[in-house]
Design a protein around this ligand. Structure first.
Ligand code: ZN
Length: 337
């Protein structure tokens, strides 16, 4: 049994009505239990990793870290559960090589693929780098396509990285920033964009192509709010609204570790998702989506739930504040009605 089974909770939300049992066995608050909430974009090396579960987030997807550090964080028990992309893969001289916040060892510069005639004599740096991410337990790789801040991979190099990732059973997530970069990532077949595209309005055909390919877009709206970048926010919300309308898969993700963001369920992020047209059930779905894993059970959903005390509000605009009270709890501490 998981919190995602059975009847839906009040308000049509994909959860179950439940009562929390307190540590001394006495009945606690009534509320709603959901499958484990996941923040699909964090940098765990830059935050307090213990804060997330206290604030309702049971799992995190780390999208850029030093390999030894992130594999050690992923091996810790028990929470948050960590899935990671290993290092930032970028072109020589590319973003984020010059950033003050970059942790030593978290950047991997990759040259263009070597020619077939050289391949027998030399190890391929792309193949070597992807194999190393896999060896440290990565589930996906992260490619940096930031044309605003430096050189980026050309299509041939990107194709070679994606092919190497596929050969290791890894997904590919792209940071697309600057003119044409979202198009490059979509046409090359990246599995996810780590920020809902915020540089330019994507045409409907490109948006439909991304949705049809099953690409995921990770929201990260609140970083634009906090940076005071209203136009980037408006572009990201508009692109996401049209992506969602044609069946695109939208994931909750905050880029926690990027500037001053609150721990746990981020009300600003949720408000952005509502602004992009996600109805309440889809808003919850963006938090409980198991990507890049296959199902909630892999995030501990057989044993854990994210529990929100109280009844869900009737007004969708009040959902973010209600969800901000979420806590991760063992399912055995819940009584289902
Ligand atoms: Zn990030």
């Amino acid at each position: 049994m998981t919190a995602g089974d059975g009847t839906t909770a009040p308000g049509g939300l994909p959860g179950r009505s439940a009562r929390l049992r307190l540590a001394d066995g006495t009945p606690g608050p009534e509320g709603v239990a959901f499958p484990p909430f996941v923040d699909h974009h964090v940098h765990l090396q830059m935050v307090d990793p213990d804060a997330a579960p206290r604030a309702g987030i049971a799992g995190v997807v780390d999208l850029g870290a030093e390999l030894t550090a992130i594999s050690a964080l992923a091996a810790r028990e028990p929470l948050p559960r960590v899935v990671h992309a290993g290092q930032f893969l970028t072109a020589p001289g590319g973003y984020p090589g010059d950033r003050w916040w970059l942790r030593q060892g978290s950047l991997r510069e990759l040259p263009a693929p070597i020619g077939a005639h050289e391949r027998r004599a030399l190890p391929d740096p792309i193949e070597t780098a992807v194999a190393e991410q896999a060896a440290f337990g990565a589930t996906l790789v992260k490619v940096m396509l930031n044309a605003v801040a430096g050189p980026v991979f050309d299509r041939e190099t990107l194709d070679a990285i994606i092919a190497a990732a596929r050969a290791h059973g890894l997904l590919v997530a792209a940071h697309a920033e600057g003119e044409g970069m979202a198009r490059l990532a979509i046409e090359a077949g990246a599995d996810a964009l780590v920020h809902a595209p915020f540089t330019e309005r994507l045409d409907d055909g490109l948006v439909a192509r991304a949705a049809a390919a099953g690409q995921c877009w990770i929201s990260t709206f609140d970083i634009h709010v906090r940076a005071g970048e209203a136009s980037a926010l408006a572009i990201a919300v508009d692109n996401t609204a049209r992506f969602r309308a044609v069946g695109g898969r939208v994931l909750y993700g905050t880029d926690l570790g990027n500037g001053e963001l609150p721990d746990g369920v981020n009300t600003g992020e949720l408000s952005g998702l509502l602004a992009a047209g996600l109805p309440p059930a889809e808003l919850i779905g963006s938090l409980t989506d198991p990507w890049p894993l296959a199902e909630a059970a892999e995030w501990g959903g057989d044993a854990l739930a994210t529990f929100v005390p109280g009844l869900p509000p009737g007004d969708a605009d009040e959902l973010p504040a209600w969800l901000a009270a979420a806590r991760v709890v063992p399912i055995e501490n819940l009584e289902f009605g």
